[in-house]
Design a protein around this ligand. Structure first.
Ligand SMILES: C[S@@+](CC[C@H](N)C(=O)[O-])C[C@H]1O[C@@H](n2cnc3c(N)ncnc32)[C@H](O)[C@@H]1O
Length: 195
């Protein structure tokens, strides 16, 4: 597949010292959906290299940030980093310890390894989104929010149906900085339904 062109957001990220152009996607979603309002503790899954984490730190100097990735991430002031696979229980245990079992916002910009087979890639992406939403169920209070990347493809409709059963409000959002040609879209789920 040809590499995407280096666009305005790529250049702006370089110029402004962000580790990833995706920083601008998060900035746009924070602004539009007031994601950080009332948030004291945020868990950011799949955070490396740290573009989103930089934005979080810059927007709020006191918010507790727990960032998690299977790959290493260069440190950022006041950010607790867990190096681990989000599909593994031991990683969740570490997150629970660091957050004392409670968070207000879960962010997830995970990208699994690309297989080259579209249906497999969609399934892997939806699996990581599903795990993110489960982590949300464990850590969030009743008005807590999850923002996670998803791909529209086979299994997406069933995924949406299941998510609507477990969260009070579910919507899909596509920030301007997300490439128009990319199948990625973000799902914002608010309020885990607790029995
Ligand atoms: C698109 S990057 C995230 C970029 C980040 N939002 C930023 O602004 O710098 C996707 C990340 O997902 C991570 N990842 C993929 N699968 C994972 C898993 N199972 N557990 C933890 N991290 C994972 C990758 O290591 C990669 O760093």
């Amino acid at each position: 597949m040809p590499r995407p062109r280096k666009d305005q957001y790529y250049r702006q990220a370089k110029k402004q010292g962000y580790r990833a152009r995706s920083a601008f996607k998060l900035k746009q979603m924070i602004r539009k959906y007031k994601l950080l309002e009332g948030v004291n503790v945020v868990v950011e899954l799949c955070s490396s290299p740290g573009g989103w984490t930089q934005v979080l730190r810059e927007k709020d100097r006191t918010m507790e940030i727990v960032a998690v990735d299977i790959n290493p991430m260069a440190p950022l002031p006041g950010v607790k980093f867990v190096k681990g696979d989000i599909t593994e229980d031991t990683t969740l245990e570490k997150i629970e310890q660091l957050t004392r079992g409670s968070a207000d916002l879960i962010l997830s910009d995970c990208s699994p390894n690309v297989s080259g087979h579209w249906d497999i890639d969609v399934a892997r992406q939806l699996d990581l989104a599903r795990i993110t939403l489960e982590i949300g169920h464990k850590l969030l209070e009743k008005n807590g929010k999850v923002l996670t990347k998803v791909f529209e493809g086979r299994g997406f409709r069933e995924f949406m149906t299941a998510t609507r059963k477990s969260y009070n409000s579910v919507k899909l959002v596509k920030p301007d900085a997300s490439r128009k040609t990319s199948a990625e879209i973000y799902l914002l789920a608010i309020g885990p339904k607790k029995n």
